[in-house]
Design a protein around this ligand. Structure first.
Ligand code: IMP
Ligand code: MG
Length: 191
């Protein structure tokens, strides 16, 4: 690998699914789309942590509207790279959402269970609107009927890491999104 291309990937990745440059470019467009849709309205952005931290931080800087930000922590219902059971809200947001325009921001739409559950619980609080924005959408994985309003990239059904997405809490800090080399996908020392 040349010195230049070594900066565009990471030694632990088998493939890069979305490059750093592509993320930056797409976020500018996504921010413009979101700003156009909301007009002059204020947005109450709720980021689902930890996964959406990097995405939300960069996306919100591309949105021109006034924005209030809060976070929601969802219990991980996943075992290694597979989903098991039902997601639950561990720490909820504290901002009021009644009559507000709520924009939920998450890293990836996989089975759809997390966002479907969160949207349902927010709707009970009487928001003016609830929309969802995900950086990634995994194709062919939905287990519940759910579509995000804004999608950054569609990716194949592979376990992705980087730019907020983790494996055993590692790799969130990679500037790009990729698939780990197979021998790194279940190292016993990471348990
Ligand atoms: P869903 O409820 O199945 O849609 O899963 C959503 C959550 O699962 C995301 O917010 C991620 O935290 C996690 N997740 C799903 N697929 C991946 C992946 O490929 N890499 C890392 N985390 C993932
Ligand atoms: Mg996550």
């Amino acid at each position: 690998m040349s010195k230049a291309s070594a900066f565009l990937t990471h030694a632990d990745l088998e493939t890069v699914l979305v490059s750093e440059v592509a993320i930056k470019r797409r976020l500018k467009k996504l921010g413009a789309e979101i700003s156009a849709l909301y007009g002059k309205d204020e947005i109450t952005a709720l980021a689902i942590i930890n996964g959406a931290i990097l995405f939300a931080a960069d996306l919100l800087r591309e949105i021109k509207n006034p924005v209030r930000l809060d976070c929601i922590r969802i219990s991980s219902y996943r075992n290694e790279t597979k989903s098991v059971g039902r997601p639950q809200i561990l720490h909820s947001f504290t901002l009021d959402v009644s009559n507000r325009h709520v924009l939920l921001v998450d890293d990836i739409l996989d089975t759809g269970k997390t966002l479907a559950m969160v949207v349902q619980s927010i709707k009970k609080l009487g928001p003016a609107t609830v929309r969802t924005c995900v950086l990634l959408e995994k194709q062919g994985r939905r287990e519940v009927d759910f579509e995000a309003d804004f999608v950054g990239f569609k990716i194949p059904d592979k376990f992705a890491v980087g730019y907020g997405l983790d494996f055993a809490e590692r790799y969130r800090n990679l500037p790009c999104i990729g698939v780990l080399k197979p021998h790194l996908q279940n190292p016993p020392e990471w348990a």
